[in-house]
Design a protein around this ligand. Structure first.
Ligand code: IPM
Ligand code: MG
Length: 357
């Protein structure tokens, strides 16, 4: 029986709706296992800008540092997407949180629940058995290098930068994880063109000598994008840089049927942050139809990774599995075989999962 402080950071759009459900699941786990979870809330993103003028107010960051773990929703607002001149943007809150908390490793497990084989646009026979764990580097690369304009604003640049140290620490995490799985690691880069990628490959090759039991391959990002769809089952652990990881994991979400299914864990030096990989989805915000399963599965990752509560975490995952086996779906994962009565909204899907906890 443990006592933990969990910070809920819903952020924008459907972040609010799905995180509320994720929190209920954590609550149910606390009751079932006799743990005490204390909760606090903090602002980030557009809602934080509206309230304080900043995308990540100092108060929120302070709360994050003190918490045992953070359950995060999403950031973003359409009003900024078509206004490139906006100086303060919701996404800055997310990037600052990652940098300030030292969250350099973003784990994105891509696993297809068997019941969702037909929800993907990829053929079932190609998908069956796919189980990939992505390690996306999260605090370096073109995301955090110098950016700016020159020639009176007519030329723009974003510098991509990686240090040996940054590649090594994410590389180690990926090798360690591969050891506990199928012992296969695919390192993805663009070493035929980019100097950062050549450093990346050099560091991973060197690390490989320390992990002779792990089979390592190096792939270029363009061909990886192709192979993920052609033969997803060939991958086990994949490690890659920030931008490549951002793009490849959205692509890989289709292996799991929907973006609405994918959870992620961002870990590093201090507090871990757990979040769906989907965004704020303002097109469906407030409609009560967002899929809460990614937030629920993020809660499961939180229990496992930050609290070492494997049994609790497994129970959450199996509850999701049970609900899917019973035929319940949110609209994003429904298909022609789904009984319309089994298409649930956000809250109802949460209630369905809670029944199995
Ligand atoms: C993600 C998102 C973010 C990113 C955006 C919202 C800044 O796409 O977490 O994958 O690019 O990292
Ligand atoms: Mg992304």
């Amino acid at each position: 029986m443990a006592t933990k402080n969990i910070l809920i950071v819903p952020g924008d759009g459907i972040g609010q709706e799905v995180t509320a459900v994720g929190k209920k699941v954590l609550d149910a786990i606390a009751v079932k296992f006799g743990h005490t979870f204390h909760y606090d809330e903090a602002l980030i993103g557009h809602v934080a800008i509206e309230a304080t003028g900043e995308a990540l107010p100092a108060e929120s960051l302070e709360k994050m540092r003190k918490a045992d773990a953070v359950l995060f929703g999403a950031v973003g607002h359409p009003k900024y997407d078509n206004d490139p001149s906006a100086k303060v943007r919701p996404e800055q809150g997310l990037l600052k949180m990652r940098k300030e908390l030292g969250l350099y490793a973003n784990l994105r497990p891509i696993k297809l629940f068997d019941e969702l084989l037909s929800a993907s646009s990829i053929k079932p026979e190609i998908l069956k058995g796919a189980d990939i764990l992505f390690f996306r580097e999260l605090t370096g690369d073109i995301y955090f290098g110098e950016k700016g304009r020159k020639n009176d604003g007519d030329t723009a640049y974003d510098i991509a930068e990686y240090s040996r140290y940054e590649v090594e620490r994410i590389g180690r995490k990926a090798f360690e994880a591969a050891r506990t799985r199928k012992k296969k690691l695919c390192s993805v880069d663009k070493a035929n063109v980019l100097e950062t990628s050549r450093l990346w490959r050099e560091v991973i090759q060197k690390l490989a000598l320390e992990y002779p039991d792990v089979e390592v391959e190096h792939q270029f990002v363009d061909s990886t994008a192709m192979m993920l769809i052609k033969n997803p089952c060939r991958f086990d652990v994949v490690v890659t840089a920030n931008l490549f990881g951002d793009i490849l994991t959205d692509e890989a979400s289709q292996i799991a049927g929907s973006m609405g299914m994918l959870a992620s864990a961002s870990i590093g030096d201090g507090t871990g942050v757990y979040e769906p990989i989907h965004g704020s989805a303002h097109d469906i915000t407030g409609k009560g139809i967002a899929n809460p399963l990614a937030s629920i599965l993020s809660a499961a990752l939180l229990l496992d990774i930050s609290f070492g509560m494997k049994e609790e975490s497994d129970l959450v995952i199996s509850a999701v599995d049970q609900v899917l086996k019973q035929g319940f779906r949110t609209v994003d994962i429904a298909d022609k075989n789904t009984n319309p009565e089994n298409i649930l909204g956000t809250e109802a899907m949460g209630v369905a999962v809670l029944k199995f906890i």
